[in-house]
Write a protein that binds this ligand. Sequence first.
Ligand SMILES: [Zn+2]
Ligand SMILES: [Zn+2]
Length: 272
Amino acid sequence: MSEQPARPLRPHLRLGLYLSFNTLTVLGALWLAPPTFELILVALCSYYVRMFAVTAVYHRLFAHRSYTPRNRVVQFVLALWALTSAQRGPIWWATTHRWHHRHADTPLDLHSPRQQGLWESHILWVFTHRSNPLYQPPPPTDLLRFPELVWLDRLDILGPVGLGAMLYGLGGLPYVLWGLGVATVLLWHGSSSINSLGHTWGDQAYDTGDQSRNNLWLLPVTLGENWHNNHHAYPGAARHGHRPGEWDPTGALITLWWRLGLVSRVNPGPTG
Ligand SMILES: [Zn+2]
Ligand SMILES: [Zn+2]
């Protein structure tokens, strides 16, 4: 992957900058463009459209290969969409996540509430993992063979910049502040809730040997990723809901893509 040599990162400075950016973004939005029904709708649309990209593309496609895009054009478009999440590129996302599954809740895990505490597992790890000498992930050769994915991974800033430009064209600065700024802050915390709360709060349907949990309350926040204990039991499955009532919007979206012929070889998991 495009992993660079480990170097000291001054994590507290970067965390401070990040949290300041979060706070300034939200305060700036409230100050410069006070919330209206329209702006809240823009933020919610941006959140959910990009949450689907994180769950269906970064997680279930690139990290776990739970289905196969029809061709490289479809794969590229999906990756471009996921890039707008501002959660770095597909190779970084998949590599760090595969490491999590390999070492879930052991001292090697990058984000385990049991090992590092809730806050570190929620967001701090993003700023510290590259200076962690124990983090030695194998190269994701299945992704590196696509030069376009390597290119997108290096130019991941293009995603949020492109989204910002589109929002500016649609509604000027207020749309950028709410659709990119506020929504991206919420998106990071929404998806990070699986790393922190998804290993802390809820039930275990399977004895997976880790702390992963199923938690209904995180369903509207994470669109199906909340069945996280199911997922740790069957990581390659495209559907994370295994029982009646375990609704999985991301799994439903992948099924829709399969019906439309956009993807194939969908791994149905234990319910298949
Ligand atoms: Zn997990
Ligand atoms: Zn996973």
